[in-house]
Structure formats: C-alpha cells, structure tokens
Design a protein around this ligand. Structure first.
Ligand code: NAD
Length: 486
C-alpha cells in the first residue's frame, strides 16, 4: 500500500467530512497506514483559514486522539482552500496547492479525490480536474464518490459518462458504506470458508432469504432530500441489491477483486425483471402515519419538515427479488426497509427448507442469521431435545454475537473503505455494471408506482411496516423470521 498521497476532499465543511472522514483518516494515521507523506486539502465554499480548518479537524477527532499534541500533529497535515466548484479559477489555485504539497510531503504525485457533496456537482468537478490538469497522469489518481449515484438509469448513466471523461472505471470508487461493514465482509468467510454452508448454499436447501434494514428514526432533518428519493432509491437500489449479490453469487475462482466482481456482476445481470403483474404483486410500498409509542407522540411522514403534505414518497418498501441462476432459480430474496419501525436493525435470515419429520410434529426450519448492526455476528437456529424423560423437540440457538462497533473492535466502514482505496482494492465498491443493472430494475418499479396503480399503504409508527409486507411472504408460504413486535 502507498501511504504517500495528497487527499482532496470536496465538501470539507460538510457533515460527512466531520463525522466520518476526519475520524477515519485519523485512525488510518494512528495505525500507521498514513505516514508523514500525506496531506489533505479541504475545499468548500466557506472562507476558512488553515488554522480554523485545523481546529475543525481537531474537534472531529477529539475522542480518538491519545493527546492534544497527537491531534494537532495530525491536523497540521490539513490545508484549506475556499472553492466554488463551478469556478475554473479556483481549480488553477487548487493545482498550485496540490503541486506545492506534493513537493513538501514527497507524495510521488499520488492523488485521491473524495467527492463529499451533492452529486449534481460531481460532473463539473471531474471535468475541471481534467481540464485544469490536476489529473495529470502522474502517480496514482483515484476518485471516491458518495451516494446517491443517480436517481434513475438516465441520470446515473449521464453521471458515469461525466466521470469517465476524467477517470477510468478502475479509478472510480463508488461508496456504498454498508460494504465496509464487518459482517457484510464476513459473508465471504461464512460462505466460502465453511464446507458446512457452501455445500448447501443453493435452491435445494435454501427456501428463502430475508434481508431487513430497519430504522427506528424518521426522516429527521433530511426531509427535503428524502421526499425526492424515497426508500426504494435510498436503500434498495444500492445497499439491498449489493448485499443480495454477495449472498447469491457463485463461488469466485479466487479471492481477487477481479474474480469477485465477475461473480457479483453475473448476479446483477441475472436479476429477474418481473412483468407488470409481478411488479404489482412483488413490491409493496408504505408511508408512516402519526401515532403514539410508549406514550410518546410521533407526527406522520407528511407532517415532517420539508416534506410535501400530499407526498406519495414511500418510507417503507418490501419485496421479493429473484436471481435466474442454477444456484438460486425461484428462491425468493425477500427484503424490507423503512423508517419509524419497531427498532433499528440490519440483518439477513437464510431460511433453510424443512425436512421430513419422524417425530410426529412439524420441524422448524434451520435459520442462519447474519447480524450486521447494531450487533455483529451470526446465529443458527436448530431443533434440539427438551431436557426431561419424555422426548419432545425444543428450539435452540447457536449464537456468536458482539457489540463490536461499540467496543471499537470493528473499524468504521469509512476507515475500511478508504484503506481499500489506498490499496487499490475495489472489491467493496459498486461497479458501474452493477449500478446500471440495479437501476434498470428499480426504474421499472418506480415507473409503476408513479402511475399510482398500486396502493401506498399507511403503517403505524413502531410497527414493522404495513400488513401487505407480511401477506407478501405468506403468498410464498413464508414468514418474516425477525419480528421484534412479538
Ligand atoms: P453537507 O450539505 O453537510 O455538505 C456539503 C458540502 O458541500 C459543504 O462542505 C459545502 O460547503 C459544499 N458545497 C456545496 N456547494 C458547493 C459549491 N458550489 N462549491 C463548493 N463546495 C460546495 O452534505 P453531507 O451530509 O456532508 O453529504 C455529502 C455527500 O455525502 C452527499 O452526496 C450525501 O448524499 C452523501 N452522504 C452523506 C451522508 C451523511 O451521513 N452525511 C451519508 C451518506 C451519504
């Protein structure tokens, strides 16, 4: 890995930079993955001095530093340039600063650009980086872009074209921060390092797969953005389908980024595009209404600040995807995601088929649960014998769980992902072929929903979404395994 690099952050005064990027860069610095040969250029519209920028960085890492001197030494690597991304003159100044810091820190012309601002500016930034010769072909040049990558296939394609004018696909790292999470990366280990699972990871043994991304919070202060986006675009096009691809892919030839990507892309290409009738049946949308939970009142989505009072935006979506592969043909991959649900939790349940019983009673299926957050780990539900002289079955669970994020054992996804970019490892990023295929499918659902031919179900605050989401699974003879309301 090269720790010699000048990192330029566009959007350095923003929320993401302060909450995630500075702490993650600091942890990489503390662990020796960034050395004295690195500097960060922060750009944003505000006219900050270097001293003020340093104080922002110091504040952002206050809880992580061993001493004030260590925090200050780290912050001394940060430089600020007031910058309007539309203004060509500012890029000329940026190039001068970039060149000066490259000399000063002997960064061997290595450059990393992090676009941490609204995507409508990505194209213009990429264009200027090229035209003003900041991207000059010397050293490595890598671009990290934040979500959302487009709002449909057309805008995503246009954005991609704009980025390709300055960077090759291999240089573009599209962030999906879920892919930086410890347990999502553990899926590779669970599947491909355990004979027990890999041999039964197919349609002969797996009845269905259930992916849940539940949030307890509402839209908070993001109402303006969210009302234009909705749960389908915000959570399904990217995180849900990326996670699905890791669960559904075939075994890669090796653990290289090329072989993993090849298998992931195949899953996206084999996603079944349902006809109109199936689109209506397989995808459920919902919106939270006002209500009271444990004596506390909550307003409806339509009453949230910056949300259209007649909004038809979904705050919940649930559905069934299918992958047309020999491994998983006809196996439903159910998913649900929403706001103001019972509790926060991201997890996957792999529900195995029921076996024939010799005990005169029906057997509960084995379920492998991958806990992604807030706890991390996995559990396997099994059938055992109840203790006692009579023979009767009792459920038991093998549990391996930690609150690793709270204990600091797991790296923050941004730390892990920036580490990967420095290593030129694109395994945990979304490839354009994946993004394109996912938008093709999501666009069809959006188009149907815009025609209002399917209902927008209301659901109570503190529930796990509308009844229709439960009925969907019952249609397939299944039930949501995780029911925090029970
Ligand atoms: P923010 O609104 O807090 O910050 C935006 C930044 O862009 C500011 O530094 C602002 O000065 C700068 N900016 C805006 N217009 C500019 C212009 N014309 N020229 C130069 N600078 C300009 O946004 P954020 O929450 O930090 O999010 C940044 C990106 O990350 C967005 O794409 C967002 O979708 C994505 N994202 C954020 C989060 C999060 O937790 N905040 C999570 C996931 C994705």
């Amino acid at each position: 890995m090269s720790s010699k690099v000048i990192v330029t952050i566009f959007g350095a005064s923003g929320d993401l930079a302060k909450r995630k990027l500075y702490p993650s860069l600091f942890r990489l610095y503390k662990s020796g993955n960034l050395s004295k040969h690195f500097a960060v250029i922060g750009t944003a519209r505000r006219p900050w001095s270097k001293e003020y920028f340093e104080s922002v960085v110091v504040e952002a890492i206050a809880d992580l530093a061993d001493s004030p001197e260590q925090a200050q030494e780290f912050a001394s690597h940060f430089y600020y340039q007031s910058h309007d991304v539309q203004d060509t003159e500012h890029y000329i100044e940026l190039r001068k600063l970039q060149n000066r810091l490259n000399e000063q820190y002997q960064a061997e012309h290595n450059k990393l650009f992090f676009l941490s601002m609204a995507p409508q500016f990505f194209g213009t930034i990429a264009k200027h980086l090229k035209s003003e010769n900041i991207v000059d072909g010397k050293g490595f040049e890598r671009l990290i872009v934040e979500k959302p990558f487009g709002t449909d296939l057309a805008t995503a394609s246009q954005l991609n074209e704009e980025l390709l004018a300055a960077f090759d696909e291999e240089q573009i790292f599209r962030i999906d921060h879920y892919l930086g999470k410890e347990m999502i990366q553990s899926i590779f280990a669970i599947r491909f390092a355990n004979l027990l699972f890999e041999n039964i990871w197919n349609r002969d043994y797996i009845d269905n797969v259930q992916i849940t991304f539940a949030e307890k919070l509402g839209v908070e202060e993001r109402g303006g953005y969210y009302d234009q986006s909705g749960a389908l675009r915000d959570m399904v096009q990217n995180h849900t389908l990326q996670l699905l691809s890791l669960l559904a892919m075939d075994k890669p030839k090796s653990f290289s980024k090329e072989d993993i990507r090849a298998e992931k892309v195949k899953v996206f290409e084999r996603l079944v595009q349902p006809d109109k009738e199936d689109l209506k049946r397989f995808f459920i949308r919902g919106q939270y209404k006002s209500g009271t939970v444990k004596g506390k009142k909550y307003i409806s989505y339509r009453s949230e600040p910056n949300v259209n009072p007649d909004s038809m935006t979904e705050t919940f979506v649930s559905g069934a995807f299918f992958v047309n592969s020999d491994r998983f043909r006809d196996v439903p991959f159910f998913f649900r995601t929403g706001k103001r649900l019972t509790e926060k939790g991201t997890l996957v349940n792999i529900v195995f088929k029921q076996m024939e019983s010799i005990f005169g009673e029906e057997l509960a299926p084995n379920v492998l649960t991958i806990h992604i957050q807030p706890t991390e780990g996995f559990s396997l539900s099994m059938n055992g014998k109840e203790v006692g002289e009579r023979f009767s079955l009792a459920p038991l669970s093998l549990d391996y769980r930690t609150d690793a994020t709270a204990s600091g054992a797991s790296p923050d996804p941004y730390e892990k992902l920036i580490f990967d970019v420095l290593n030129n490892d694109s395994t945990n990023f979304s490839h354009w072929d994946e993004v394109r295929s996912s938008w093709e499918l999501i666009d069809q659902i959006e188009e149907l929903w815009r025609s209002n031919e399917v209902p927008l179900h209301e659901y109570p605050v503190g529930s796990m979404g509308p009844d229709a989401s439960f009925e969907l699974l019952r249609e397939f003879g299944a039930d949501w395994q995780w029911s925090p309301n029970k």
